[in-house]
Design a protein around this ligand. Structure first.
Ligand code: MG
Length: 333
């Protein structure tokens, strides 16, 4: 197990603050001579810390994994009593899937019966000045979709600038719980004018009153829940106040729960977005393996980094695609 500090290519600003690096925990699982790998980001908006993830992966989890890495359902059941730590659980789940894929000689997407296709990924434009925002958009020409972080002082001016610089790009906005109902009501006609595709997590997760009030606004854009939808149990409540969910493995605790969430969302008529944390290709790879199940993909976590400690994921025509190598299909660079 190793704690790694990943440097970001440039400062990353969202409604909650700005940062220049991301700490992740990488884990290896060895069994019968095969090594499976996974990476965890502590989900800070759930109160998870790197220390707790290290404690979980190094001490708590190993005896609960047992001696059969194929027994994913049983392992998950044994881990159920461990509270929270979905980031750590996702790393362990990734390592188990990597191990199984390597042991059987098949890539994860194939193991799951999926295709290696994926919708275009969005590229995140963090909160910045108007000129800084323009500059970021100019340097993101290889992406078909831009996810603009909002919830700052100059949201509309920045979005106008983004549309000017990228007249043909798909634009999505993510407020990371940073708007009030009044702000969302005021901005909605402007977002529609700018051709924005959807709004992600406009209000604090607990403020479902504001989500419900926004639902009555006509016309309006689809509203996607991220911070407010962590796992399968959150999907049905989300369907009552929003139009879609953003599934992330670091929230769900791994691939199996993420796939369950996606199917539940489909049954409830919800749109499905697949996202990630700021993480290396090792962290993004399991999400890339299930990206064909999503309507919208936001898998740019590794593309925000200064360096690539792992290789294997492909970037083609604005899409992040999984490798054809066994397991997660990534290896140290
Ligand atoms: Mg989000």
């Amino acid at each position: 197990m190793a704690i790694k500090e990943l440097a970001l290519a440039e400062a990353f600003g969202i409604a909650r603050g700005s940062r220049t690096n991301q700490v992740v925990v990488q884990v290896e699982l060895e069994h019968e001579g095969v090594i499976g790998c996974g990476e965890a980001s502590a989900v800070y908006y759930r109160g998870e810390t790197v220390d707790a993830v290290v404690e979980f992966l190094g001490t708590t989890a190993p005896p609960l994994v047992g001696d059969d890495p194929f027994a994913l359902e049983d392992i998950e059941e044994r881990l159920e009593d461990v509270d929270g730590l979905s980031g750590g659980k996702a790393a362990l789940d990734a390592a188990l899937h990597d191990w199984i894929g390597k042991r059987l000689g098949v890539p994860l997407w194939r193991l799951l019966g999926l295709s290696p296709r994926a919708p275009h990924t969005s590229f995140t434009i963090g909160i910045d000045t108007i000129e800084g925002t323009r500059d970021r958009v100019r340097r993101a020409r290889e992406f078909r979709a831009l996810k603009v972080k909002v919830g700052g002082a100059e949201d509309l001016e920045r979005l106008d600038a983004v549309r000017e610089e990228a007249p043909d790009a798909t634009i999505r906005v993510d407020a990371n719980e940073g708007w009030t109902l009044d702000a969302a009501r005021d901005l909605m006609p402007e977002l529609i004018r700018l051709g924005v595709e959807f709004v992600e997590q406009p209000f604090p997760a607990a403020d479902t009153d504001s989500f419900n009030a926004l639902k009555d606004l006509h016309p309006r854009l689809p509203v996607i829940v991220d911070e407010g939808c962590q796992n399968l149990a959150d999907v049905r409540p989300a369907a009552a106040y929003a139009d879609g969910i953003n599934v992330k493995l670091a929230k769900s605790g791994g691939v199996r729960e993420a796939v369950r969430m996606i199917h539940a969302a489909r049954a409830l008529g919800l749109h499905v977005m697949l996202g990630c944390m700021v993480e290396s290709q090792l962290g993004v790879a399991p999400a890339a393996a299930i990206a064909s199940l999503a309507d919208w993909v936001d898998l740019d976590g590794h593309l925000l980094l200064a360096d690539q400690p792992f290789t294997g994921l492909r970037f083609e025509d604005g899409r992040v695609l999984p490798s054809a190598e066994p397991g997660l299909g990534v290896a140290p660079a």
